[in-house]
Design a protein. Structure first.
Length: 176
């Protein structure tokens, strides 16, 4: 289960029909330069920004506008969710932007998207590339703990706010 990566493009419970044609993942370090009274300067590291994921994709077929409406409904949902991009570890994000690019054709539509990391839910664990488990239907904390060769108490310690009552399919549980 170390470094689990996905081959699908998913957000929350929605699986995109087509992978994005392009996407980029950006993180910046916030640096501030302070001039010294004598000569020179000193740089202060103020930390990192949240991960921003932007990209473009295409929707195809007679129902491409209906597909876009489904994406729009997903965009309008409150709260963050797990974003799975091909070849990457999942990141909890907010769906920040969704737009149509160019003139949609009768069987094709190009769209742009952006997601912004939810640092409170990721707690820096994504960038550290830690091991995790994605809950499946029927999982309980006891079952997951047994699958991952750890105790329920260890799972709860590594996943603050987690309980049997709020465990659902697609949740990401940190193991280390």
């Amino acid at each position: 289960m170390n470094n689990l990566k996905t081959s699908s493009f998913r957000y929350k419970n929605y699986t995109f029909l087509y992978h994005p044609s392009s996407f980029s993942v950006t993180r910046q370090r916030i640096l501030k330069e302070f001039l010294l009274p004598q000569n020179g300067s000193v740089i202060q590291d103020l930390g990192q920004t949240a991960i921003k994921i932007t990209g473009t994709g295409y929707l195809f077929g007679e129902n491409c506008m209906e597909q876009f409406e489904q994406l729009n409904d997903l965009f309008l949902e409150d709260g963050s969710g797990a974003l799975f991009l091909p070849g990457m570890s999942p990141v909890f994000c907010h769906f920040e932007e969704l737009s149509v690019e160019g003139n949609p054709g009768p069987k094709m539509l190009r769209y742009r998207f952006s997601f912004l990391e939810d640092p409170q839910r990721n707690s820096g664990k994504i960038s550290a590339r830690r091991s995790y488990y994605v809950a499946v239907a029927g999982d309980t904390l006891t079952v997951i703990a047994a699958k991952c060769q750890m105790t329920v108490a260890e799972l709860l310690e590594k996943n603050p706010g987690l309980s049997q009552d709020n465990l659902k399919e697609g949740d990401i549980l940190w193991l280390h």
